[in-house]
Design a protein around this ligand. Structure first.
Ligand code: SF4
Length: 198
């Protein structure tokens, strides 16, 4: 079985699903099979909740103050396991929980999942990726036609619900697109994280 928990640099991550409703041109999944100390992040079968909790209990969280849901798939595609395992982690290990997401969870599930997420997740990072719907679709190739406005709505709902919400882009964007993304974030009062491409 693939690694469910893995570490990269100074953080511990949970890789709970390989499902995703995007097909990003830059996705690390198309470049390599593992990240950090993992052997592979490709699951032969989707992890069950029991397998996720077993992986959590096998990990020594000493020195870590946060678990980040981020792996070779979109965590909200495995919503039930995400919610249940995040609640377990918070209650048993008393560390913060962060979700790295494409922000399409409400579209994927056909309802607003932010209130459920906010019960067990402290911080949310949402991939903005581009300043317009056209550019977003070109780079992330989502399943849904109305993905970009849905992402922005998810971000606004998140900003009101979580302790910390951020939008993220990668620094390979041209300067004018970075400025346009900054404007989108500023207009919504949301922090914009400009990540280094690696
Ligand atoms: S949303 Fe994330 S996991 Fe899904 S294709 Fe894009 S980069 Fe990969």
């Amino acid at each position: 079985m693939a690694d469910i928990l893995y570490t990269y640099k100074d953080q511990v991550y949970a890789n709970i699903t390989n499902r995703c409703d995007c097909n990003c041109t830059f996705c690390i999944r198309s470049q390599k099979d593992s990240v950090g100390d993992s052997e592979t992040l490709w699951h032969k079968t989707e992890p069950t909740l029991e397998e996720i909790l077993k992986a959590v209990d096998s990990f020594d969280f000493t020195g870590y103050d946060e678990l980040v849901y981020c792996g070779y798939g979109e965590p909200t595609c495995a919503l039930d396991n995400l919610l249940a395992s995040a609640a377990y982690v918070k209650e048993k290990y008393h560390i913060a929980v962060r979700l790295n997401t494409n922000g399409l969870g409400n579209l994927y599930h056909g309802r607003n999942i932010v209130p459920e997420l906010a019960q067990v997740i402290d911080h949310v990072s949402i991939s903005l990726n581009a300043p317009t719907a056209e550019k977003y679709h070109a780079v992330t190739r989502p399943q849904f036609e109305n993905a970009y406005p849905a992402l922005l709505e998810f971000a606004a709902l998140s900003q009101a619900a979580f302790e910390h919400t951020q939008l993220s882009i990668v620094d390979v964007l041209p300067a004018d697109e970075i400025a346009a993304c900054q404007k989108i974030a500023d207009e919504r009062g949301i922090y914009l994280k400009i990540r280094k491409y690696s």
